[in-house]
Structures are given as C-alpha cells and as structure tokens.
Design a protein around this ligand. Structure first.
Ligand SMILES: [Zn+2]
Length: 433
C-alpha cells in the first residue's frame, strides 16, 4: 500500500491525478487476476489500458458478489490472511478475503478516520462493538487506533453494568459504539444513578446508524445520545465489502472519504452520476486492495455527495448521512421516503415506547405503510401529535395503530428474531398473493 500523506489537503486536481493512477493499477490487476472481472471486461470489450475514469466501467452489484463471491479473488489463495463477512441482513452474507496488505490498509484507513475526530496518542478508546464473528469493523478500530498510537480496551457489546464498571475503572477518553447502544447505556445509567456526562468521555465515534439528518444536523437519535452524553459525537460510516470507512471531522458537515483508498460516486436509478446534494445510491471503487477489489460497487445505501472543500481544509469528497437502504424505499401517494425518516419523526415523542413500521403492497404503485406505535396512551391528543410530527418531518401520514408496548415488542421479535424488526417489509409477499 502506498501512503499519500497530505492527499486530503491536496487540490482537487492532484487528488484526481492520484486516483487516476491508482484506478489504472486496479484495472490492470483485476483484469489479469480476478476471474469475475476478467469475464466482465471480456464481455464488455473493455481494453484495460484505455480506461480514463470510473464512469467508463460497468457496475458491480451485491448480487454479483453473492453469486460469484470467490471469483472476485484477485490474489492467490495462499496470500489470504483473514476472511470477514457482511451481516447478511439483506440476503446471503458475502465473504471478503483480505491479504496482509489489506489488513494494513484497513488499519491505515481507520487511523485516518480517527484522526479526523481529533483522536491522538494518549487517548484510551473503549470499544463497545463486536470484535469477532467475522465482523470487519471491530478489527479495523483495534488496528487503526494502535497504528495511531492510542490505547484500546476491547470491551465488546457486554451488558451495561460491565460497561460502566470498566468505564469507571479505566476512565477512557473516548468510546466507539452503535448509537442505539449508547441510548441503551443512557437508560441504564439513569437506573444506576450515573450521570453519563460525568464519566469524562470526550469523544464518541458512532457507527452503524445515522445520527444526522439531511441538513447534517443531529437527527432524533443523535439528539437523544447528545442529551445523555453531551456534544461528543462523531458519525462514521463503514462498509465491509469496500474495506473502507467515511468519518466526520470537527466541522461535522458530512463524512470524509479517503481519496487514495476509494473513489465514491452517487448515482440515480439509471446509474447516472448525480451532482452534489442530489440523493441516490452510493457506489464505491476500492483502491489499493489486493484480495477482493471492487469496481463501481453499488452499496444499496442512499446518500448524497459534497465535493466542495471542507472548512477543515480537506478537499476529499464527503458524503451525507445514509438516509436508508435502496431496497427499503417507500412510495406513499407520490412521496418517496425511507423507513428511517418515519422513525426519526416519532422516536423522540414523549410516551412513544416502541414502534414497528410495516410496508404492504398497495395500489397504483403506492405502498401501504402501517405505523404501529407502542404506548400506554391511546387518547386523541397523543394520536394527533404523532400524525402532526409525521406530516411535518416525513411529509406523509401512514396508517397509525396504537397498541400496548408488550404487543409491539412481540411483533419486533416475532419468530424469535435476534434483532428487533423495526421495518417489516411484506410488499413482495403481498404481490405474490
Ligand atoms: Zn472536514
């Protein structure tokens, strides 16, 4: 792996020139080593030495990677040092094979992301996310922080008593966690009579869920975490297949990419690249990966890009928060939105204990969306308050049903689900009937 020290602060033209060189290297390598890309290049008559930009290359989809998983390998099997996998929440998990160089690249990627948050030597990071189970992020944080010169406590997703016990004994200066786990900790803190703000945690790097809205301010989830822990949060987005992360800097105006490790695009339904601020699918071309490089990989994540230079001085492309998954897109009477938007409109409302959003195939290409809210209140004022918030923040009014929190809980873990099914999508099942 080549390190381009000040690339984030280079001019857009210099960044482009580095990316062009790395892209040419990538195409040359996969064109001669990866069975999958050799085949794609042959079928599309792609002359690997004549490509001038990613726009000339075909997309790779999640299904391609699932179907031809090991054909993506661009190295000898003997060079594989680690195998990680996606969680498989939307289909079969995909395996990603990493070489020693890829592991070093991953550490470097994460070191850079942490640097954006101001992390430095002398910090102690409490890592409250899984470190095993083929999960890439846990290993990335661990290696990235050590590469940075910070110290790490690999706590993992332990129960809250263990979390607080270790926080009180080790006094970490920072934490890495999933935002909803931070909320879970905040609730437990109240019961344990602990004030999270007095724990002296100065930084929380939050993964897996967006804590910002499209105007880049804190969304309802972000506000709840900040109310409990203070204004210490940095949002970060990572993707297993890309072996890369995007992270906010101190300006908190979008998540910076690492231009020498990834080329990021945002495209519309037809695959046409979009302009700044336009919402579409995030597409990634991975640079400097040896094991399983990807070309124009359609992530399924919906966001927008920001190309103008950031106030922090970096000129690297930024992305907005992940607004939702492409497959979860809803259409209600002409309005397109994602379940997360509905969640954000109601999750902070008083007396809303839990909820589930269900999408059913409707008529005239519109979805029927049923929002089931768990609450002890069933009065009209409560119901009107929910509708009003949905109209204002999500611009839609789904069908609203209020049930007991226990009944919603049963729905959330229906069929023994290990993870709460907040969004239940039965649109396809409905169509078959
Ligand atoms: Zn910045």
């Amino acid at each position: 792996m080549r390190v381009f020290d000040s690339i984030d602060f280079s001019s857009p033209a210099d960044i482009r020139s580095v990316q062009d060189k790395l892209l040419a290297e990538l195409i040359g390598r996969v064109g001669s080593t990866s069975l999958y890309y050799k085949d794609v290049f042959r079928k599309n008559n792609i002359a690997t030495n004549k490509i001038k930009g990613v726009g000339e290359l075909p997309f790779t989809t999640r299904e391609d990677l699932q179907r031809h998983n090991w054909d993506f390998l661009a190295t000898k099997r003997i060079s594989i040092r680690e195998i990680v996998s996606t969680t498989g929440t939307t289909g079969e998990p995909q395996f990603i094979a990493m070489t020693e160089g890829d592991i070093e690249r991953l550490a470097y990627n994460e070191q850079r992301s942490f640097t954006y948050t101001g992390a430095k030597e002398g910090d102690l990071f409490h890592i409250a996310v899984t470190g095993d189970n083929l999960f890439i992020a846990g290993a990335a944080y661990y290696r990235g922080l050590i590469r940075l010169g910070a110290a790490v406590a690999r706590v993992g997703p332990q129960n809250t008593i263990r979390q607080f016990d270790l926080i009180e004994k080790l006094r970490p200066s920072a934490i890495v966690a999933v935002p909803s786990f931070m909320l879970h900790m905040a609730r437990a803190a109240r019961e344990l009579k602990i004030n999270p703000k007095e724990l002296n945690i100065k930084k929380a790097v939050l993964i897996g869920e967006s804590i910002r809205d499209t105007s880049l301010r804190s969304n309802a989830l972000g506000e709840l975490v900040e109310e409990a822990f203070g204004d210490i949060c940095y949002s970060t987005y990572g993707i297993t297949e890309g072996q890369v992360s995007f992270c906010e800097c101190g300006q908190k105006e979008g998540l910076h990419s690492h231009p020498d490790l990834v080329i990021a695009e945002v495209v519309d339904e037809a695959g046409v690249p979009l302009n700044d601020g336009e919402t579409g699918e995030l597409v990634l071309t991975t640079l400097q990966i040896e094991g399983m490089p990807l070309i124009r990989y359609k992530t399924g994540d919906i966001t927008f890009k920001i190309t103008e230079g950031c106030k922090c001085g970096r000129n690297s492309l930024r992305i907005g928060p992940i607004i939702g998954r492409k497959k979860q897109r809803l259409k209600i009477k002409g309005v397109t939105l994602y379940p997360k938007t509905i969640e954000n409109a109601i999750c902070k409302l008083k007396d809303v204990v839990n909820y589930q959003i269900e999408a059913v195939a409707g008529e005239n290409q519109s979805d029927r969306v049923i929002l089931r809210v768990g609450s002890l209140r069933t009065d009209k004022a409560f119901r009107d308050g929910i509708i009003e918030n949905l109209r204002a923040k999500a611009r839609v009014t789904p069908e609203l049903e209020i049930e007991s929190p226990e009944a919603i809980n049963k729905r959330l873990y229906d069929g023994g689900a290990r993870k709460a099914i907040v969004f239940k999508d039965v649109r396809k099942a409905g169509k078959k009937d």
